[in-house]
Each structure stands twice: as structure tokens, then as C-alpha cells.
Design a protein around this ligand. Sequence first.
Ligand code: COA
Length: 335
Amino acid sequence: MHHSVIKGVGHYVPDNIVSNADLEKLMDTTNEWIVERTGIEERCHVKRGSDDTPSTMGTKAARIAIERAGLMPEDIEFIIFATLSPDYYFPGPGVMVQQQLGIKEIGALDVRNQCSGFVYALSVADQFIKTGMYKTVLVIGSELHSGGLDMTTRGRNVSVIFGDGAGAVVIQACNDDRQGILSTHLHSEGKHAEELALIGPNTGRWVPEIIETNNPEDISYYPYMNGNFVFRHAVTRLIEVIVEALSTNGFKPNEIDLLIPHQANLRISQFVQKKLELSDDQVFNNIMKYGNTTAASIPIAMSEAWEQGRISKGDLICLAAFGSGFTWASALLRW
Ligand code: COA
């Protein structure tokens, strides 16, 4: 059976940096509150009117990943795009990447698993490679949150957390079973679907009525998050799914070379690190600079870790995510 190896990784973030001090001018918040509760110091937001969209940012990250893999866009056989903030309600952004990369009419699949989206997408790609259906798959996580956030005091518990950006990996088939993705683990618990959700734009609402009402007080068009509830579930599920990945493959936490957790909140990562008794060298965090970029957070972090020399050939890497759904997932891989 074939194994999937990550051949190239890249990321792109918009150049408009929004600091906590910038947010203090828009809402009743403080740098101290944000840093103490989340660890976030700044995030990147797409400027209104810019060419950056989830698909174009995804394409920029993809071009870097493809180049680092030593490939050309036409070598890609299948595209998987994870996002909760697509360019359009439909079609999904995968097809736009196919067009923007200028490649032939290959398949493009969109994944809707929020913060766990990238790990879910990686798992799907891994299955295609294992069955021999494709040899080279492009997996993208990209988000544009800033255009959909309530940037007033009313929305401060959510809007200070999220940032924009994209990350991408190219995975390829390889016959060496000591390398590549060792296993992936996917979970969901739909009973908590509305604890972290964007309810407003949905097909259960009659569009003509929405247009007629046009109610500026309708906050259902902004994301809702039950922060404390999400926090408690996130730490439990992340630890569970990391241990599941390790025990499936006969490893202990101290054998991880680098844990790349979804960047939801620095306090969540620190809690997980402490419980698993991992050293600072074993955990990668960059939420301080980017905030929570949901499906983009793990590939952005992986790309930065690789650029900083924190990932070397042969390293045991664990990816773990938790988010809206609730969904949670992990992947263990040998770089
Ligand atoms: N600035 C200042 N004060 C704020 C604020 C902000 N940006 N956001 C909320 N507050 C206030 C609240 O209004 C509340 O005030 P009150 O006590 O007068 O009512 C107080 O701070 C505490 O709010 P609370 O929501 O209980 O804070 P918290 O300690 O739970 O921290 C989060 C909030 C969002 C940082 C935290 O719950 C969290 O990180 N949750 C998980 C988020 C996450 O990971 N989401 C993505 C999952 S993938």
C-alpha cells in the first residue's frame, strides 16, 4: 500500500496587521485582557477591497507549497479545500483554485469542518493516496474571517480572536512505510453544533423575508461562541485525540518531536502541553501573531515551523484540532 508524504508546505497571510491596540479603538477591550485570556498580540485582516479572498489566499499558499515540493501546478491531480468562510455560498473555493492555478480539469473537493477542516482534508487526501487513486494531492486551509466579524463591543468575545490567512501542503505517494502519514483520527459530536456557530445565512430562512426585514440588530449573521464551554471541550478532546494517535502507533507523548495544535487559544495549547508533560521545544505556537485562523491555522503553523527549522526529516509530528461541530481530529506523521 502507498503512504502519503508531505512534499511541500507553504502559507500566505495578508500584510494588514491589526494589533490589540488597534482593536481598543473599535471596541471596549484591552491589550491586557486579550493577551491574558488568549495569548494573541496581533492578527492579519484582509483590507476591504483587496484582491485577497479565501481562494486567492489559498492559491498563493498553494503556489509556495508546490514550488517547495519541486513540482509544477500541472502535477497536481486533485484539490481539497477546507474553509468555513468560502468566497461564495456556492460554489466552494476548490474549483476557483483549479482555475487560478491554471491547471486542467481535475477534481476539486470542499471540506466543511471548521477548525478541524485541515486535518479532515488531510485524512481524505491520505485515503486517496493509499488506494492508489491519486499520487499528488493539494490540500488547502484558508479563511477570511475579518469581513464577517462584529467589530464592536457587542462582538468582542469572538472578534478579537479570529484572523485571516491560508496554508497549503502537497502530499505525494511514497513506498517507504517508515515515512509519511501514519494514521488520522476523526471525530464529531453534533449535539453541540450551536455552541460555536454562524446561524444567520441558512436555507431554513426565506431569503425574500431576510431582504425585506434587513434588521441591523440581527446578530445571527455574526459567529456565536459559548467561549467557556468550547474551552472545556477543546482541552479534553485535544488530549484524547493526541493520545489516540500516539497509542495507535505505539508511541508515548515524550516521543513527539513536534506537536502542532490548532491555534485556538494559547491557554488551550499550554493546558494540553502541561497535561501531556511536553517541553516547550515539543510544541509549536504562533497564535500570538495570527490569532485563530480556523482551517488555515495548522498548515500556516506547519509552514512556519518548517521555515524556522523546527521540523527535520525523520521527525515524529502530531497535528491536532478541535472546533465547531464539535469536531476534532489528529494526524501522526513521520516527516
Ligand atoms: N475584551 C474585554 N472583555 C471581554 C472581552 C474582550 N475582548 N470579551 C469578553 N469580555 C468580558 C466578558 O463580557 C465578561 O465580562 P463580565 O464578567 O462582566 O460578564 C468577561 O470578559 C469574561 O468573559 P468570559 O467569556 O467568561 O471569558 P473567558 O475567560 O471564558 O475567555 C475566551 C473568553 C473566548 C477567550 C475563552 O472562553 C476561550 O478562549 N474559549 C475558547 C475559544 C476557542 O478556542 N474558540 C475556537 C475553538 S476552535
